[in-house]
Each structure stands twice: as structure tokens, then as C-alpha cells.
Design a protein around this ligand. Sequence first.
Ligand code: PLP
Length: 362
Amino acid sequence: MVNLRIPGPTPVPPEVLQASAAPMMNHRGPEFAKILRAVTDGLNWVYGTDTDVLSLTTSGTGGLEAAVVNTLSPGDRVLSVSIGSFGDRFGQIAETYGAEVERYSLEWGEAADPAEIGRRLDADPSLKAVLVTHNETSTGVTNDLEAIAKEIRSRDRLSLVDGVSSISSIPCPVTRWGLDAVVSGSQKGWMAQPGLAFLWLSERGWAANAEAKMPRFYFDAVKTRESLSKGENAWTPAMGVYFAMNKAFEIMRAEGLEGIYTRHEAIAAYTRDRVKGLGLKLVPVDPARASNTVTAVWWPDGVDGSAIGKRAREEFGVVLGGGQGKLRGKIFRIGHMGYVSQEDVAQSLDVVEKLLNEAKVS
Ligand SMILES: *Cc1c(COP(=O)(O)O)cnc(C)c1O
């Protein structure tokens, strides 16, 4: 048995895998319309909204691109808050489509300071929107999105949020926090395969959409919303992933949102305790901002992390996440989101412990 501990794609429950293998049907027929409705209701439930979350056949990055092109125009000034590689990516997307991007970038391992975001918005009234990552998967840090949203909202700017590795595992009530464009992806905490990204727009987000001039066709939110109102997708969707998510929502509803969040909290706390017990150092600088969906850990000095990762995979079937970008070879990451139990993490850390001890001896 493989213990897949990368922070996405994550393991999928057997009954969800089975559901996803259902025969194809007419993607514009009544049977699929029911499934699309049920999945959308599930998304609305988790996002905490009564206006429909849109689903797009793409990966999380496609969802981020959709958030950008549906709310902004070339030449718009935006503040891109980055605490790691996914934050950098969000800013690059906006830049690619012609936004003027001001960067607020932090050392990897740190969380963004909400007050600094407020100061930057005050200093530059022409900043129209803020791009921010809720949970930075590359460093295992969760931003204080509620506080950040307050700074943005009180200055009447738009918030574009990457919630790919948070929503469904860490609370992110989009309406209560006053967010505007919020993205997630099926392969992270949603217990389903890669293939769908989700985009929710607030009323302000839709108003921005009406003015937004960035080019878009496949990701056009209006086309998507109009099709959804007819019980369809604009284009042929990843139907198997819808079948999967429909089943996954049964499981999620049975556990309940509070139950899901509490389980993630408990497993994350266990993970951090075990890691510290091994004498290892966490990447997050402020323990209070350590992520409940992924734990990032420095390899000790003098230890060949990639060799340990290779042995864990080949000899024990434990697949750890590596470091991205400038953290490659320096850290490992353990994903604990979606279909995960404490035993899954325990087994993977038992293997890390054993291999680290052997590395020390030799
Ligand atoms: C996984 C992830 C993405 C999207 O990645 P894709 O490979 O395009 O699905 C974006 N942001 C964060 C924070 C992620 O964890």
C-alpha cells in the first residue's frame, strides 16, 4: 500500500474512486444536471454562500487564472501578496494578462502582516485588488485571511483568494469574511481526483466582472454561470470528477464541517508534535500560522533529504512532498488534508524517524 503524503493530489476514498468510474452519460441531459446541482450545492455549503460556486474543468492554476481574467483589466494595479511559490504564481498570472503588479513578498516560512497590507493600500489608492494565498502549500503557512480580508474590505478593494489547499479543510466562510473571488481545486481537501477548479464571485466580484477587460473565453464566468442555470457546463466537463465529488460530499456531510475542521486541526497538531519530537524544525516561523493541511519541515544539516525521500518511497511506500523552488532538497512536506487519518501521518513519520536514525549512524 502506498501512503501518498504529498499535499495534492491526495488519496481518494475507495467508494469515491468507484463512483468516479460510472458509465458516461449525456453531459447536457437531466441525469447529469442533477449531479451538477448536487455538487454545486455541496460547494456552496462548504464555501458558506447561497450564490452558486462555479466549477471549471481545469486544475487549481486554471482556477486562479479564471479569478484574474474575470475581475481585472489590463493596466489595473494590484497588490500581490506572496509568502511562497503559489503566491508568486498568482502574481505572475495577473502580470501575464497585463495587470500592473506591486509585490508584497515575504521570506518563505513567514505569514503576511494584515496591517502592512492595509498600509500599502492606504499608500496607493490606485491598487484595485489584492491577490492573496490563504494556505501557502509550499511552506506550510496559513495566512490570517480573516484579518487580511478586513483590511481589504474596509478600503473597498477587491480580494482575490487562492484557497486551493485550504477550503474544505480549514474554515474559509467567503460571505462572512467578505471575500470577492475565491478559488479551490478538487484534488486537495475535497477527496477527489484532479480535474475541477472552483471559483466563487461575490456581488462585488460580479460587478467587477462586468467591467473586466482581460481576454477570456474558456474561463468566462458569465458563460459558466449561464450554463449552470440550465443545468449544464459551458464545455464538456471532467464528468468522472463530478461523479467523485458527488460521492465525496456524502462523506463530508456525514462528518459535518465542524468535524472535518476539528479532524484536520488534531492531525496537524499531532504532526507538528511528532516532528518537533524528532528534533526537527518547522518551516513556518510563527507556530500560530502553521498550516492544518500541510506540514513543511527542514531536513537537518548534513542530511541528504532527497536520498531519504527516495528510500521512504522505494522501501516503505511512503511518498513525501519535496521542497519547491528555492526550498528544493532543503525541506520535506507531509500533506494531511482530505481523506487522511492520524495513522497515515504516524506511519509516514515512523519511516522518517527510522531513516533519519540510520543516516545519523552511518
Ligand atoms: C495545488 C495548489 C494550486 C494549484 O495547483 P494545480 O497544480 O494547478 O492544481 C494553487 N495554489 C495552491 C495554494 C495549491 O496548493
